[in-house]
Design a protein around this ligand. Structure first.
Ligand code: 13P
Ligand code: SF4
Length: 321
């Protein structure tokens, strides 16, 4: 059925063969490969589109491909499936979850919501479909401020699940949000002390940071934004050195876009690689190939949850235009 040069069970050391095989499968399946910036460089290089969570959702909403191969984490692929119930959505490794999404279990969130009956629920897209189904509007790191600003000033709001993004939105909008106390283990690993030491080493470098970082780190940032916003910023800034305070996967695109500039990954507190997202990094080029060759693992959702989660995502897409 599949006319690739590789057997799906063979071990694939030459990356070039995998690139060719994936290209062939893309044509054969009429597939589109959507990848997040935190994916390994090989995956980014084989993708049809690389973006932040908002860009990836917009692409997933617009695609006319039959198969969406989602190189990202589970909640991202799930969002693509919510938008495309009749398409096959593949995730190279089904275990690629999200520590932040895991901090918001549906039963506990339902009780939290019930305790705040007059509140509108704005949920960061980094949550499960079950949480989306309980939300009024979804947002991403690139549109959270814009979305909250569109909600009438006297409307109380629950913001879930990321307390750091929530606090950032509060500071930007002057709104008082009721925050769910979730966080991302990757973005909370950055150390203010080590960041300040790095700034002393590179006094001309600008600090660019993702809003999932803690306030103590964000206060040293010259620019705060989503992964796409960070990429645009380093391209347009006249500066040539940047300390990048987010998952270092984004540096691959930064170096491709502006190769003459220097990008220094911000260090984690401990001597570890814990600034790399262990969930994102579960996907590999080999697993992506296998997923396309076998048309699995696929994202499957109960229809009632999918249908309930669709409206808040559509509201986000409409409010982001
Ligand atoms: P973006 O909205 O920048 O893609 O962020 C997604 C994410 O998971 C950050 O940890
Ligand atoms: Fe989730 Fe954090 Fe990984 Fe982003 S970096 S996918 S928020 S665990």
């Amino acid at each position: 059925m599949f006319t690739t040069t590789l057997s799906p069970t063979a071990s694939h050391s030459p990356a070039l063969d995998l690139f060719e095989a994936i290209e062939a499968l893309k044509q054969e399946l009429n597939a589109v490969i959507l990848a997040h910036y935190y994916q390994e460089p090989d995956i980014q290089d084989v993708a049809d589109y690389i973006g932040d969570s908002l860009g990836l959702s917009q692409r997933a909403a617009d695609t006319d491909a039959d198969v969406i191969v989602f190189a990202g984490v589970h909640f991202m692929a799930e969002t693509a499936k919510i938008l495309n119930p009749n398409k096959l959505v593949l995730l190279p490794d089904l275990a690629a979850g999200c520590s932040l999404a895991d901090t918001c279990p549906p039963a506990e969130f339902a009780a939290f919501k019930a305790a705040h009956p007059d509140h509108l629920v704005v949920s960061y897209i980094n949550c499960s479909a079950a949480i989306k189904a309980m939300s009024d509007i979804i947002c991403t790191s690139s549109n959270a401020v814009k979305i909250v600003q569109q909600i009438p000033a006297d409307q109380p709001i629950i913001f879930a699940p990321d307390r750091n993004l929530g606090r950032y939105v509060m500071a930007q909008t002057g709104r008082d949000l009721v925050l769910w106390q979730g966080s991302c283990m990757v973005h909370e690993t950055f150390s203010e002390k080590k960041l300040v030491q790095l700034q002393m080493e590179y006094p001309h470098a600008e600090v660019v940071a993702h809003p999932e970082c803690e306030e103590s780190v964000l206060r040293h940032a010259h620019f705060i934004g989503s992964t796409t916003a960070l990429l645009n910023y380093v391209q347009n800034s006249h500066r040539t050195q940047f300390i990048v305070v987010t998952e270092p996967g984004i540096i691959h695109q930064m170096e491709k876009q502006v190769p003459h500039k220097l990008f220094i990954p911000a260090p984690p507190l401990a001597n570890c690689a814990c600034n790399e997202c262990p969930h994102m990094r579960l996907n590999t080029l080999e697993k992506l190939y296998q997923a396309m060759a076998h048309r699995q693992p696929e994202i499957i959702l109960p229809e009632d949850i999918r249908a309930a989660a669709l409206a808040p995502i559509q509201r986000m897409l409409a409010m982001s235009r």
